[in-house]
Design a protein around this ligand. Structure first.
Ligand code: SF4
Length: 360
């Protein structure tokens, strides 16, 4: 009788824990240890859960064979994934896949999986919508809706990995949202992707891309974050950049260049500058000349991305104009690539991610 009461008390305790707890994806080892303790288990059970979820990427408790049977039974009802996959679009070339996820509160977000030979890159969102309001960007049209949790960011990776035949080799925080306006959760997500006992993705394979939130670039530098940094530059002067990126009002062009330079110098990491090339906006050969002067003394590389049209006022320059822009950059002392952005045929190119906010 006493035993029976103890079992019932334990079940009630587990049910309360299950009700209170957030989904397991997104939790650190320490948090999973606390979760195990709250379930009346030893902390090492939390470390086992960490291993199953992140390293082995198993999302079925019944397959977690080194957990005791009573624990596996008690875990039924605990949510592992914070996201639900709603839709998946594959480009005709089969090289790009865009996935629509739903959050528990009904909001929607998108992620992209891109294949280029052996390189498999995922582009993760860090916010629903975005407050930065770049004029050329589809996400900006949604406005800012909410920050994603670390779990909602990492779950995009885990679910994309599950549907990819090959191992994901690179991660970019470059989907919907500005990662540096959700700094804490973006770094926590990168830490989970990098954790040696979990997903174990090398830090240099994880890139965080910012539209230029200067104090956060400085924080990233001071904290000596091991991840790579990319900056969306998209202009070569204060006035020119301000026309498409209002963030330049607060975080000026010169401060952005200075913070980028300091990052590259202090971290000894090459910084990536992204330059979305827009017809009649920033695509003159003299812009390329200015880039040579601006970036010449920075340990960097430059990715030129001809604009993906989203039905607004901005246009992709003609191939001739792109060639004329690229010509001076042949003299660059830093690597320059033209990234013919993938996935335009399914609206998964850079600046093209946008949802109708909610599934309702
Ligand atoms: S380009 Fe990036 S930072 Fe700018 S509005 Fe779009 S999502 Fe936000």
């Amino acid at each position: 009788m006493k035993n029976h009461l103890l079992v019932r008390k334990f079940q009630l305790m587990s049910e309360a824990v299950i009700r209170e707890y957030k989904p397991l994806i997104g939790q650190s080892i320490l948090e999973l240890e606390s979760f195990a303790k709250a379930m009346g288990e030893k902390p090492f059970r939390g470390r086992q859960l960490f291993d199953w979820i992140y390293r082995q990427q198993v999302d079925d408790f019944s397959a977690m064979t080194d957990l005791s049977k009573p624990l596996r039974e008690n875990l039924v009802g605990v949510l592992i994934h914070p996201l639900k996959m709603i839709n998946s679009d594959v480009s005709p070339s089969k090289q790009t896949r865009k996935i629509l996820f739903e959050l528990s509160d009904g909001y929607l977000l998108e992620s992209v999986l891109m294949k280029e030979g052996k390189r498999i890159t995922v582009c993760l969102s860090t916010q629903v919508g975005c407050a930065v309001d770049c004029d050329f960007c589809a996400t900006a049209k949604m406005g800012f809706i909410k920050n994603l949790t670390a779990g909602e960011i990492v779950d995009q990776f885990l679910q994309l990995q599950k549907m990819s035949e090959q191992k994901i080799t690179n991660v970019v925080f470059m989907g919907m949202g500005e990662p540096f306006l959700n700094y804490k959760n973006s770094i926590a997500a990168a830490d989970l992707l990098h954790h040696a006992k979990g997903i174990n993705m090398a830090a240099w394979r994880i890139t965080i891309s910012t539209a230029g939130v200067v104090p956060k670039i400085r924080q990233f530098t001071e904290e000596k974050q091991p991840y790579k940094l990319a900056v969306s530059l998209n202009g070569t002067t204060q006035d020119q950049r301000l026309k498409t990126m209002p963030i330049t009002q607060t975080h000026t062009f010169s401060n952005l260049i200075k913070a980028s330079k300091d990052y590259a110098y202090n971290s000894r990491n090459r910084i990536t500058f992204e330059y979305v090339l827009m017809d009649g906006i920033n695509d003159e050969p003299q812009d390329a000349e200015r880039l040579l002067r601006l970036l010449g003394s920075i340990e960097c590389k430059l990715n030129v991305i001809p604009y993906n049209e989203i039905g607004g006022e901005y246009r992709r320059p003609s191939d001739e104009k792109i060639e004329a822009f690229m010509a001076p950059l042949k003299r660059a002392s830093f690597p320059v690539t033209v990234r013919w952005s993938k996935g335009q045929d399914i609206d998964a190119g850079c600046g093209q991610l946008a949802t109708n906010s909610t599934s309702q």
